[in-house]
Every structure is written in structure tokens, then in C-alpha cells.
Design a protein. Structure first.
Length: 635
């Protein structure tokens, strides 16, 4: 039985009692309902607290906006006060200027513009995103994979393989939209949102203001946009999917979901997708052009059966994008590729088919650009390993190198010829290692030859590469071998997986295994005069400890729950997750107790359940004497 996936954001929905609301929005959207009062959900306390939780876990939350504030500046605000601040923001919403940052593109002299809203504007966008996502998910096309829950690059590549190998669609249309994110038409986008059933005028006005938020350029000048959705905004990926969703369904209506006079037979694929096999067999006898789209954000492929169909589709799509969405394509990067003769690049892979006996099968590699990028990234890390500040710094640099290797393998191992690509990278990196490390760079054989003990291999390296003879050591630390990788067959998305249905969530993760009633009560009753960070981490700890006391293992009732600071606040202790722990209220008293009578009382009551080692660790941190169970009871 395969292990079920875990989804932290989905757990957060459940913590804050928003999942039922999201489910209802999704179901209403499925049947074509209209949404004219969404602001009640967007501005409710639970949704705002959920937004804080999701943003806090985002690595970008530490980035400063134009107001020079980040997540740390709002962590200390009282929970009720924080909720009220966000609710007031929605009353007459006026976004502050978005900070423009130019991010260099790897392997190029060009840069990519990134827009960073202020931390409070990000909170507002997150509140809107959480409520809009279930409505939009019900309307989005099945084979759009970018910036959507429970979808991935692997699934997009798997669907492309299927179109090429199973459906024998060997002509691929590559279309590059010129400056997509910078050229989205605002009026058209708002109309598309309205057409999806999102007809809350106050919300649409807020989204319109977000789109037109002033941009503070690197030279400090202010720019007022008339089109585009700034990359870096939390809501931008969803809005970009809304823009191109119309294209997805237009392509689909020309073949995959084209209406027919008769009800033909259907078949069901292993992943649960219902295929209109009979209708498609009938359509192939007509002049209808076969086309199938696979899209990941603004990067998409359209697969066709022959060159003439591909040529007509190419011009039709080019005209449609211009007429309907006001978007131009890049003539240099847009083309038709015969996959039997040439490769087509997609999401860092290059795809082709080759003849094997009487049929064509997929062959794929890392793209040339991806190979170069991965090689340069590893070589740069080797240079850092060569010149560390100290031994601890070298260890850190080696771990960073290993993480890069594991990341490359995890992403690209679905390429059929990944081993050949990694061998090329391994050859180049091995030369650099030998030239720069020399005496420090050792193999298992060199240790044995010198009759030295082979160092222990870290767990992360051992799990993935323990059987490889390519493992090397620097300063007795294991280095993950880039040349050792095993191909993985990519899997298509399972139709039943859906975070907005009860059955779909069962496919995503197991039940929390805790008392959700207590969880909700904790969420609704934060401790007075404590920060948002403390309230949020208290909920996380309760869920993470499965509702049990960390010292006794006792299942806690609501009134028994105390959240203890390991390092006391008066001694500089913070409300960070790592400084907090959930314990029974009596154990909390025992941690701080100095009176012999108090210690005797609680030790006697809980002597069968107490983990003395954990108790004394916590007492040491508050600078209290350790307790000996036998001596205390005897005394």
C-alpha cells in the first residue's frame, strides 16, 4: 500500500475550521452557482488567522516591502488586535506601493522583475486567495498543472508522455507568450473573474486596486501599471491561471470535449479520468483537427497528429490569444516541432520520440540549459567547500552541496535518460573536486587501502546513495554522488485527489488523530495579552503532539492544556515554536515548583506517567533543581 501524501496547508484549513466553508464554495461552483457575498468569508476571524499561518510558513515572509516590515514585525501583535487591523484594511482598501526587485536570470544577462507587496498587503491577498481558490478550482481545466493544489511538474510531464507515446501525437506546438505577466489586460481579467461566478462587487473592486497598486522601482521612482500582474504577489499565480483557463477550455472544446450528436461509449483510465474513446474515434473520421493541451502556468504545449493540423492550430491559437486576451507571442521562440526528428523543451526537460520495433516511444533528457545550470551550480558550491571559514563552515557547505544534488535528482529523475545527463555533470564536477580538494577528496577504497576506518555516512546520503560506490568524502564528511541516480516513471494526477471534497482529502493525508473539538476551542480562545505567534504555535504544538502532554503522554482535556516557555520570557525566551511545549497544567506547575510540598503532591499523583528525563530537562532550563523520583517519594 502506498504511503499517503501529507499537505500542511490542508491541515491548516482544518485547524481553523475553514475546510467546510471551502468545501461548500467548491460544490456551489461545480454546479455553476453565483457568489455575491464572499467578503463575509474573506474578512472572518478564522480566515484571517489561517492567512497568517500560511504566510508565516512561507520563506518569503521574511522579505521586506516598501514599509520595511516583515513577518517578525507582526508576530508580537495581540491576536484580537491583529484580526481587527486586517478587517479595517478591507473596509477601504488602499494597497501600498509594491517594491520592484530585478532578479537575474541564470545563464543570461537578462533580469526578471519581481514585485514584493508589503506584509499587510500580502495578508490581504492571502485572505482573498484562500476563498477564491476553491471556487476557481471547480472551474479550472483538468490538464493545467501550474500553481494549483495537488498538482506538479511530474504530472505535466506524465501527461505529455501519454500524448506522445499512447495517443501518438508527434507534432508539438511551442508557443511563448511575450512578457505574459507584464501584459495581462486588467479589464479582461476582471470580466473573466465575473464569468466564473465571482460577482461580489466589493471584492472585484479590491482585486482591481491590487492590480493597479503603484510600483516603487529600484531607482525610487513610482510607476502606475495599466496592465499586468506583478510576479511575487500572492494572488498573481491564481489570476494568471484565470486568464489562461479560457484558452485551456477553448482548445479542449475543439477536440477533447467537443460535443457530438450521439452518446458514444467511454473508458476510464487507471487514474480515474473518463475518456471519450468512442467519440474521439468518430471524430477522427471527420476533418476535425486533433489537439490536446498540457499547461504549466504560462508555459504550455499543444500536441497534434500531423503537420497540417499543427500549422492550422498554431495560427488559430496565435490569433485567439491576440483577439481574446490581447497577448502577443514571441516569433523567435514559438514554433512547430516534429517530435520524431527534434526535441521540444518543456519545464527543464527536452522531449522526443524514437522508433522501437513498430511503435514510437518517449525519450527525454534534461534540457541543455538545465544541464549547464546544474553543473555551474555544483561547481560554485565546490568552490565554497574549498575555502571555508572553519571546520563547521565546511560541513555546512558540504551539506548544501548534498542538498543541491538531491534536489537535481528529485526533479529530473523522471527523464528517461537522466543517468546519461548526470554522468556528464559528474565528469565535470569530479574534475573540479580532484583539482581543488586533492588530499581531502577520498573514496571508500582509499580509506581501506590506508587501513583507516571509513567515516559514518549521514542519514540523508545513506538513504539515497548508500549502495553507490561513487560516494566520496571531504574532511570525513560524505558527498552525495551526482552520477548515481535511478529513473522514475512519472505518474499522472489521480482524478479523485481533491482538497475540497471529503473523498479527495482522504487520498491526500490521514486524519489528524486528535480531538478537533479541542483544537477549534484553542483556536477560538487565544490566551489574553499574548502574541499572534504564541496563539498560532500553541495550536501547532497541540496538533504536533497529538493532543498529549510532552512529559506524561496523557491525552489532554481543554482545561488541562498549558503552553510552557522552555526559556522563560523574563530571561529572553520568545514565542517561537522551538521555545514552546504543550504540557498538563499540573506538570507546568511541577516544572516551576520549588516548594517541597508542591513537588511531593504532583510527583505522587503522576509518578506512573512522568518521563523524569524530560521533566528535569525542562526544570534545568528554568534553573530549578532536578527531581529524583525515588528520593522524593521516600522523603
Amino acid at each position: 500500500m502506498t504511503k499517503k501524501l501529507k499537505n500542511s496547508k490542508l491541515r491548516h484549513n482544518e485547524y481553523y475550521d475553514m475546510q467546510n466553508i471551502f468545501d461548500e464554495l467548491y460544490q456551489k461552483s461545480v454546479i455553476g452557482g453565483k457568489f455575491r457575498n464572499l467578503m463575509q468569508h474573506i474578512t472572518c476571524e478564522n480566515n484571517i488567522r489561517l492567512a497568517y499561518r500560511n504566510i508565516k510558513n512561507n520563506t518569503g515572509s521574511n522579505t521586506y516591502g516598501t514599509d520595511f516590515m516583515n513577518i517578525k514585525d507582526i508576530e508580537r501583535i495581540d491576536v484580537d488586535e491583529f484580526v481587527q487591523i486586517i478587517q479595517r484594511k478591507f473596509m477601504n482598501y488602499q494597497p501600498k506601493a509594491v517594491k520592484r526587485v530585478e532578479i537575474p536570470k541564470e545563464g543570461s544577462d537578462k533580469t526578471r522583475p519581481l514585485g514584493i507587496p508589503t506584509i499587510f498587503d500580502r495578508m490581504v491577498q492571502q485572505c482573498v486567495l484562500q476563498v477564491l481558490e476553491p471556487i476557481c478550482e471547480a472551474k479550472f481545466y483538468e490538464h493545467s498543472y501550474g500553481f494549483r493544489p495537488n498538482r506538479s511538474v511530474e504530472q505535466a510531464i506524465a501527461k505529455s508522455y501519454m500524448n506522445m507515446q499512447v495517443s501518438n501525437l508527434h507534432y508539438c506546438i511551442d508557443i511563448d507568450i511575450k512578457g505574459f505577466f507584464d501584459n495581462v489586460n486588467h479589464s479582461k481579467l476582471l470580466k473573466q473573474i465575473w464569468t466564473m461566478g465571482i460577482q461580489d462587487k466589493q471584492l472585484l473592486a479590491i482585486i482591481g486596486k491590487m492590480l493597479k497598486a503603484p510600483i516603487k522601482m529600484p531607482d525610487k521612482s513610482i510607476y502606475y501599471p495599466t496592465k499586468g500582474t506583478p510576479q511575487g504577489g500572492i494572488l498573481s499565480p491564481l489570476l494568471s491561471n484565470i486568464v489562461l483557463n479560457e484558452l485551456d477550455w477553448w482548445i479542449s472544446s475543439n477536440w477533447e470535449n467537443m460535443p457530438t450528436r450521439y452518446d458514444y461509449y467511454t473508458t476510464t483510465a487507471k487514474n480515474g479520468t473518463v475518456c471519450r474513446t468512442g467519440a474521439h474515434e468518430a471524430l477522427r473520421k471527420t476533418a476535425v483537427k486533433e489537439m490536446r493541451i498540457v499547461r504549466y502556468a504560462d508555459d504550455f504545449k499543444i500536441f497534434c497528429r500531423d503537420y497540417n493540423s499543427a500549422l492550422k492550430t498554431f495560427h488559430a491559437v496565435k490569433g485567439w490569444l491576440k483577439d481574446r486576451l490581447k497577448l502577443d507571442i514571441s516569433p523567435e521562440k514559438s514554433k512547430i516541432v516534429n517530435l520524431r526528428k527534434r526535441y521540444s523543451d518543456f519545464l527543464g526537460f527536452k522531449l522526443k520520440v524514437h522508433k522501437k520495433r513498430n511503435k514510437y516511444t518517449v525519450t527525454s533528457n534534461m534540457s541543455d540549459k538545465a544541464v549547464k545550470k546544474a553543473t555551474n551550480k555544483l561547481i560554485e558550491q565546490i568552490k565554497l567547500i574549498q575555502n571555508p571559514k572553519n571546520a563547521k563552515d565546511r560541513y555546512k557547505m558540504i551539506q548544501n552541496y548534498n542538498s543541491k544534488v538531491i534536489g537535481i535528482h528529485n526533479y529530473y529523475r523522471i527523464a528517461t535518460r537522466i543517468t546519461l545527463d548526470c554522468r556528464k555533470i559528474a565528469y565535470q564536477t569530479m574534475v573540479v573536486f580532484k583539482n581543488r580538494m586533492r588530499k581531502d577528496f577520498k573514496s571508500v577504497k582509499s580509506y581501506k587501502r590506508r587501513k583507516q576506518k571509513v567515516p559514518n555516512i549521514s542519514k540523508a546520503v545513506k538513504i539515497g546513495y548508500g549502495k553507490s560506490s561513487q560516494i566520496r568524502f571531504i574532511s570525513d564528511y560524505a558527498v552525495a554522488p551526482i552520477g548515481y541516480v535511478q529513473n522514475k516513471i512519472p505518474k499522472c494526477k489521480k482524478k479523485s485527489v481533491n482538497k475540497y471534497t471529503k473523498e479527495g482529502r482522504a487520498e491526500i493525508h490521514d486524519n489528524l488523530g486528535i480531538d478537533t473539538f479541542i483544537l477549534l476551542k484553542l483556536m477560538r480562545n487565544p490566551v489574553n495579552n499574548r502574541s499572534v505567534q504564541f496563539a498560532d504555535n500553541r495550536i501547532s504544538l497541540y496538533a504536533g503532539q497529538y493532543g498529549k502532554c510532552a512529559v506524561t503522554g496523557i491525552k489532554l482535556n481543554y482545561n488541562d492544556i498549558h503552553c510552557h516557555h522552555k526559556t522563560p520570557r523574563h530571561k529572553g525566551g520568545t514565542d517561537e515554536y522551538k521555545n514552546l511545549i504543550i504540557v498538563h497544567k499540573d506538570i507546568h506547575r511541577l516544572i516551576h515548583a520549588t516548594s517541597y510540598g508542591t513537588i511531593i503532591r504532583y510527583i505522587s499523583e503522576y509518578k506512573e506517567q512522568i518521563d523524569l528525563r524530560k521533566l528535569n530537562e525542562l526544570r534545568n532550563l528554568v534553573q530549578n533543581n532536578e527531581i529524583s523520583l525515588d528520593n522524593t517519594i521516600a522523603g
